[in-house]
Design a protein around this ligand. Structure first.
Ligand code: PRX
Length: 629
């Protein structure tokens, strides 16, 4: 069957299609029904089936390739490199699971993981999966306030963390931020399990904080059996930004996720057992969940977990890893490639890259120059793929494992089997034809592996993502897109207030709320502005309560730094605006709605569009004035 037929079959006969794909994983008990879509938009897959993510990622491979590498943890920050075979990984995960059980964690309990890119973070994720606890990994770059919001929402029984991460050889303490976050949060975890890397001093709180190494030593021989879970029980929560200041907990299932990852590893990433996969993302993001930890292991591949910069000790580091571990498939982001493009090319030519078959890029628009440059430099094809935290795996790409379809520069590709992608006109709600811009939507039921709901808030899930168009439930990606006559999609940016900085998804509302907490800030607007390196950067326009505090260039600079510092401390440096400008008035409509898109257009030197509803047109001049000052 060719790709077009497989795709058609997946949409018209989802039960038959996914019943076939479900054979890619182990089931302890078969499911009685493939799909239940009787309460749209809620979707259940493989009802009654029992399985386990950790079993499929680890135990399943112990019998056939127990001594082969499973997890390769490399840190150029601490100069360490550790290889865990499937057998060794199973032993470590079992120890971690035993520790968690001793600390009172059981099925359905939440465990928040706030960790750098070290092997123990993967052990913790897999241990949760093993015992049916629900993990919520929080990106290590987030600071106390962001962390506190997530602790409050997920209400974890246990938090797993470390003394510090490290960046560019400099320790980044985690523990003080965690302590501050727990103080800020109304919910307090019962226990905090700490991995001491001896990178930063750490004070343990009596009765709450426990040391991982000490507990591990007590559980060296522990063997914790897998807890079999019904396919639709939750496996994890991963928070992501949206239009409001409060991040949403994307909740995922067990069986559907395992099947979707196995299916994508075969058809899109074309990975085989025994090969090595290298995704350069972070476990705090969805790519880290799906394609550092679970996906490659479910496919029986070794996976590389890398702590460090792409340019340290020099720009050859990733390629030396590819050579050393014979990496066949690599996954990164366009921003990382743009960073490497600024470095001398000899670093790539120094290494034997003959094992590498394909480089996959995702997370932000892939411009043609970046794509062509890296493809030339590596001598391998580049495959773009478009998806979201919510979907958990690619919506658009080219599935070379199904058919050797061509890629098109500037396009992530075509809908992947299971995703019934459509474009709708924002105002009329009509479906768009070829070459007509619309909102990228997916008609329900969503395929396996996608979000089940917003954690603890079904109503928010439905009202945020779903609408009924032409009598059908459709999920909005909040991305603009266009489809050409051959069915290839092009992604044209977000329809909402989400911005994408170096592939990191951030909500402008969150940044605005943080800036507003500064004593002298009266009003603020944050927009995402095009940036050559990072794709987008956040830029803030602030109205001060006391404008006199910024009446000299020097005072403005000091205040700008102070406001950036507030964002650093509350949300983390990842959310810090690139610039903070001080103005007297923000452009708004007569009904008081902030004209964000117009501000963004002016920042990018574009026409601000239809201004008929603006309350005071001179407010736009203020933005222009601030930018040119
Ligand atoms: O706007 C799209 C952009 O990133 C958003 C999702 O970000 P996140 O939830 O962090 O998930 C990233 C998973 C790879 C999307 O709504 N985006 C993601 N991939 C692409 C993209 N934009 C253009 N091209 C892509 N390949």
């Amino acid at each position: 069957m060719n790709f077009a037929n497989i795709y058609k079959n997946s949409i018209e006969q989802p039960q038959a299609f996914w019943d076939g794909e479900a054979k890619l994983i182990d089931w302890q008990q078969p499911y009685s029904k493939v799909l239940d879509y009787s309460k749209p938009p809620f979707t259940q897959w493989f009802i009654g089936g029992k399985t386990n993510l950790c079993h499929n990622a680890v135990d399943r491979w112990v019998a056939t390739q127990g001594d082969k590498a499973a997890l390769i943890a490399i840190s150029t920050e601490t100069g360490t490199e550790k290889i865990y075979s499937f057998k060794k990984l199973q032993a470590e995960v079992s120890r971690m699971a035993a520790i968690m059980q001793t600390l009172g964690v059981g099925k359905g309990d939440r465990v928040l993981i706030y960790m750098p890119m070290i092997a123990e973070a993967a052990f913790a994720m897999l241990a949760c999966a093993r015992i049916g606890a629900i993990h919520s990994v929080v990106f290590g770059g987030f600071a106390a306030h962001s962390l506190a919001t997530r602790i409050e929402d997920a209400q974890p029984k246990l938090i797993v963390s470390a003394d510090a991460g490290s960046r560019g050889g400099k320790p980044i303490p985690y523990k003080p931020l965690l302590d501050e976050a727990i103080t800020l949060s109304a919910h307090k975890p019962g226990k905090v399990l700490l991995v001491n890397r001896n990178l930063a001093p750490m004070n343990l709180v009596e009765g709450r904080d426990v040391d991982y190494a000490a507990l591990r030593a007590q559980h060296l021989d522990s063997q914790v059996p897998v807890t079999w879970l019904e396919s639709n029980e939750p496996s994890y929560i991963l928070y992501t930004s949206g239009t409001t200041g409060k991040p949403k907990g994307v909740q995922r299932d067990v069986g559907g996720y395992a099947v979707a990852l196995a299916s994508s590893m075969r058809h899109i990433f074309c990975g085989n057992p025994g090969e090595t996969y290298f995704a350069t993302s972070d476990i705090g993001w969805v790519v880290g969940h799906s394609y550092i930890v679970y996906g490659p292991l479910i496919a029986g591949m070794a996976t590389i977990m890398y702590e460090g910069l792409p340019t340290m000790p020099d720009a050859g580091i990733w390629w030396s890893i590819v050579e050393k571990y014979r990496v066949t498939r690599m996954f990164s982001a366009p921003t990382a490639v743009r960073v490497l493009k600024k470095q001398p090319q000899e670093f790539m030519q120094k290494y034997d890259l003959s094992s590498l078959k394909t480089l996959y890029l995702a997370g932000e628009p892939l411009d043609e120059t970046t794509s062509a440059w890296i493809s030339d430099a590596l001598g391998v094809p580049i495959i773009d793929n478009y998806w979201q935290t919510e979907t958990g795996w690619p919506i658009l790409s080219v599935a070379k494992g199904l058919e050797d379809m061509p890629t098109k520069l500037g396009s992530p590709g075509v809908p992947i089997p299971g995703f019934n992608v459509k474009l709708f006109n924002e105002t009329t709600g009509e479906e768009c034809g070829a070459n007509e811009k619309g909102v990228v939507m997916i008609e329900g039921p969503l395929p396996p592996g996608c979000m089940q709901t917003v954690y603890g808030d079904d109503a928010r899930y439905v009202s945020t993502y779903w609408s009924v168009l032409n009598g059908k439930h459709v999920y909005s990606t909040f991305d603009w897109g266009i489809r050409d006559a051959e069915g290839y999609y092009f992604i044209l940016g977000r329809t909402d207030d989400v911005i994408n900085v170096a592939g990191h998804r951030l909500g402008t509302r969150e940044i605005e709320e943080s800036i507003s907490s500064h004593a002298n800030v009266s009003e603020v607007a944050v927009v995402g502005v095009e940036d050559k390196l990072k794709g987008q950067v956040a830029v803030a326009f602030v109205i001060l309560k006391n404008p006199a505090a910024a009446n000299t260039a020097q005072a403005q600079q000091a205040l700008e730094k102070e406001i950036m510092g507030v964002v650093d401390r509350q949300l983390g440096a990842v959310a810090r605006p690139a610039r903070v400008y001080f103005i007297a008035q923000l452009p708004k409509t007569r009904s008081g709605k902030l004209l964000r898109r117009s501000i963004q257009a002016i920042c990018e030197g574009r026409d601000p569009g239809d201004m008929s509803s603006i309350e005071d047109p001179t407010s736009l001049n203020q933005i222009e004035g601030a930018l040119s000052s």
